[in-house]
Design a protein around this ligand. Structure first.
Ligand code: SAM
Length: 208
């Protein structure tokens, strides 16, 4: 799949302005002392936005192409971009409280990867927040292209459309859900205005 994204970024598509979601999340992150991991950072627009707001954000992406472009383009922040799979990433490098921010990347991973990702991150005592914005089964693109599994389609590339109720149920085991919003007008882009899901969740305290 990273071949699709390598080609996508090679052709320099994409929007360089910070997303509406990043601006929305800022109110929870003001003066946040630890790292914010932008999981599937793409062209780094939100990674850079958070850094410009004096937060320490690290962009992780599996696309070698886009990480290379980001490092060159944002030379001052080149150490803040890492080419890795965010599913397997070792978040234990964070000694301090940390947060995970995923905009439009949860629907890029399959069920097995999602399970692996959440099973891994929930073990970190110092994980404080997760911020997620994702496509859902209420998206106009849902059902288009080749169906390869439950809510999974290939239409130019792989997408797994999230069922909000199921996703909330899974997340609620380990996280207190602070924001759960399913709506249009959250992520309009180039004439597209999908119904997306926004979640802000706080890690439940891990008993010692
Ligand atoms: C739709 S783009 C979103 C980019 C950015 N978050 C934004 O909102 O502009 C999805 C990105 O997630 C990355 N991605 C997908 N699965 C990944 C994984 N397992 N590990 C790291 N990056 C991944 C892709 O390479 C791509 O850059």
């Amino acid at each position: 799949m990273s071949v699709y994204w390598d080609n996508f970024y090679k052709n320099l598509k994409g929007n360089n302005n910070p997303s509406k979601f990043a601006k929305f999340c800022l109110k929870y992150l003001k003066k946040f002392p630890g790292n914010i991991y932008d999981a599937g950072c793409g062209n780094g627009r939100d990674t850079i936005f958070f850094n410009q707001k004096k937060l320490n954000c690290i962009g992780i992406d599996q696309s070698k192409k886009v990480i290379g472009i980001n490092k060159k383009k944002y030379n001052r922040f080149k150490k803040n971009f890492i080419k890795k799979n965010f599913v397997n990433f070792d978040y234990s490098i964070s000694n301090d409280r940390f947060a995970i921010y995923s905009r439009f990347s949860i629907h890029s991973i399959n069920y097995k990867q999602e399970k692996k990702f959440f099973n891994s991150i929930k073990k970190f005592k110092n994980l404080e927040y997760v911020f997620i914005e994702t496509r859902t089964i209420y998206d106009n693109l849902f059902g288009k292209g080749k169906r390869i599994g439950k809510n999974e389609y290939i239409n130019t590339h792989y997408r797994r459309f999230i069922n909000p109720t199921e996703f909330k149920r899974k997340l609620a085991k380990d996280f207190n859900i602070i924001v759960f919003k399913l709506s249009k007008n959250l992520a309009p882009f180039k004439g597209e205005n999908p119904v997306v899901l926004r979640i802000v969740a706080k890690r439940k305290k891990i008993k010692k």
